[in-house]
Ligand binder design. Structure first.
Ligand SMILES: [Zn+2]
Ligand SMILES: [Zn+2]
Length: 84
């Protein structure tokens, strides 16, 4: 069976697909770059905690890691890898 692969530019992980040109989404963006734990999707509820940080609040934040104080905000996005 044919197997096509692509490498994630973010984490260098190799992703596999059985169709040439298939697009895989690497899940590394869901993991905290600091501690490696799975992060929590950013919701407006969490914004409560970030009031007071003022300009540090970034609207591009998608995920947060609750293991840090203050909370770690990640602006990582899903990485699409084309398998060839
Ligand atoms: Zn990755
Ligand atoms: Zn973390």
């Amino acid at each position: 069976m044919a197997r096509y692969e692509g490498t994630c530019p973010e984490c260098k992980k190799t992703l596999y697909a059985c169709t040439k040109g298939a697009v895989c989404v690497c899940d590394c963006w869901q993991h905290c770059p600091v501690c490696g734990a799975e992060m929590t999707p950013y919701t407006p509820d969490l914004a409560m905690n970030s009031y007071g940080l003022g300009e540090c609040r970034d609207l591009t934040v998608l995920m947060v890691c609750m293991h840090h104080s203050p909370i770690f905000f990640s602006s990582k996005r899903p990485v699409e890898v084309v398998c060839t």
